[in-house]
Design a protein around this ligand. Structure first.
Ligand SMILES: Cc1cc2nc3c(=O)[nH]c(=O)nc-3n(C[C@H](O)[C@H](O)[C@H](O)COP(=O)(O)OP(=O)(O)OC[C@H]3O[C@@H](n4cnc5c(N)ncnc54)[C@H](O)[C@@H]3O)c2cc1C
Length: 416
């Protein structure tokens, strides 16, 4: 097969599907290639948080110290590190450690706020316009604390965020049960980011995938991209195991696999996987009202109607997406520490996924410096769902030669 296409998207995760949606809306013809099935990769089992409040990148002061401290207590650590003798990986770790400073955070705040807010607005509009029934709740995102020092830090961060225009409320011990009746009595308080939301990502991605097909997208599943042929400053051919594709425009949105897919394109895409897990159970007696983060444990709890999902753990450098039963059991244990969950859990699904992480914690969104028809959209780390519709809109604008809704310079791959 050597067929000609208009816009060819590699990867049908939250980023690829969002790009497809906005391109189709703008009148382009879209083809999606996915190594597996669209909407089933690293996005479906995630926590479903839509968090415009998350403007501080993963690479921030104190992260390396916390990671080292956690590694001394591996049985309870929210963080893990794969040892791999691979030069690109080692160089990524060094770059990440070097970026954990105030200057990196200061550089990221404005662009992350702009992209996060655009994306949150786009979610609200898309879900209303397309009537997606995906348990979308605008009830905010509540950080809970059982440790006074961590709570004080949380309050400090809340002050900072408020000054930055992020809506946030702080609740002390005597107020927290009114806001979230599911909490245990020893929870000291919480910080509530009231502008955030959550949804069931598997349902949302399923509906979005169905919708882009109905809008005319051609979808090739089980079609892994194996390489490219480039000439004259353009990608000429996209090679797969089942044939070759030619397209006017190509978008690389293959999440944690993007650098592997792009290996013969001479591009700097320093993305590493960070594996995380989730368990999904039937609704419990005391269902939380909103999406929660269990402060000291860094575990997320999300209510999706008749389901409860618990997610957590960040294992840098790990490519296998197989759930580890030991960590699934820990997630349940941590959830029981914070919420009034006393009954046996009826677990329906366990899952692992890979977050695509850059060394400075910001996504890569922009044109290839070497190919006039290639756009890269990856590296969204823990925010690939949250930043999906914003990324989709700006990628569509870029591909169509329009002015982008936000300045994409800070997201360009030239920064590496
Ligand atoms: C435990 C956990 C919880 C999370 N919680 C949240 C959350 O609450 N909110 C949030 O915003 N984000 C969350 N994330 C992060 C989010 O899931 C990722 O950032 C997001 O999935 C990245 O989207 P993507 O489209 O870039 O990549 P993916 O979702 O990984 O999609 C990439 C696609 O590319 C395909 N692909 C790979 N190789 C090839 C190839 N060679 N050829 C063709 N196709 C290929 C894959 O099959 C896949 O479908 C979480 C992640 C984890 C692990």
């Amino acid at each position: 097969m050597n067929s000609k296409h208009d816009v060819l998207i590699i990867g049908g995760g939250p980023i690829g599907l969002s790009c497809a949606y906005y391109l189709l809306k703008a009148g382009r013809k879209v083809t999606i290639l996915d190594a597996n099935e669209i909407g089933k990769g690293s996005g479906s089992g995630n926590a479903g948080h839509i968090v415009p409040s998350h403007i501080i990148p993963l690479a921030a002061p104190g992260v390396v110290t916390s990671a080292l401290k956690w590694m001394l207590n591996p049985a309870h650590s929210p963080f893990g590190l794969k040892i791999r003798a691979d030069l690109k990986y080692i160089s990524w770790l060094i770059q990440f450690a070097a970026a954990c400073n105030e200057a990196n955070v200061a550089r990221a705040l404005e662009p992350m706020k702009n992209l996060g807010q655009l994306s949150a607005d786009n979610f609200a509009q898309m879900i209303a316009e397309e009537k997606f029934d995906c348990h979308y709740q605008t009830t905010g995102f509540l950080n809970l604390y059982k440790n006074q020092a961590a709570f004080e830090e949380g309050k400090h961060e809340a002050d900072f965020m408020q000054k930055y225009g992020i809506p946030v409320s702080v609740y002390e011990r005597n107020q927290i049960a009114d806001v979230e009746p599911a909490v245990r009595d020893d929870v000291l308080g919480g910080v509530h980011f009231t502008g955030d939301a959550h949804l069931n990502p598997a349902i949302f991605l399923g509906l979005l995938g169905k919708h882009v097909r109905a809008m005319g997208a051609q979808v090739y599943e089980h079609t892994a991209v194996t390489g490219f042929a480039s000439a004259g400053g353009k990608v000429r051919v996209v090679k797969t195991g089942t044939g070759e594709f030619e397209a006017q425009q190509v978008i690389l949105a293959a999440g944690a696999w993007s650098p592997i897919v792009a290996r013969d394109l001479r591009l700097k895409i320093p993305v590493q996987p960070a594996r995380g897990y989730s368990l999904t159970a039937s609704a419990i007696q005391n269902m939380p009202r909103q999406a929660l983060i269990l402060g000291d444990r860094r575990v997320a709890v999300s209510p999706f109607g008749n389901l409860l999902r618990v997610t957590g753990r960040l294992e840098v450098g790990e490519y296998s997406a197989t759930p580890n039963p030991r960590w699934i059991a820990r997630l349940e244990e941590f959830a029981r520490e914070y919420i009034r969950l006393d009954e046996k859990l009826d677990i329906k699904e366990t899952w692992a996924g890979l977050r695509p992480v850059t060394p400075d914690g910001m996504p890569i969104i922009g044109r290839s410096p070497h190919h006039s028809n290639l756009t890269v959209a990856t590296g969204h780390a823990m925010l690939g769902l949250s930043l999906g519709p914003g990324t989709g809109q700006v990628v569509a604008e870029l591909v169509n030669g329009r002015e982008t809704a936000i300045d994409l310079t800070p997201f360009g791959m030239e920064r590496f």
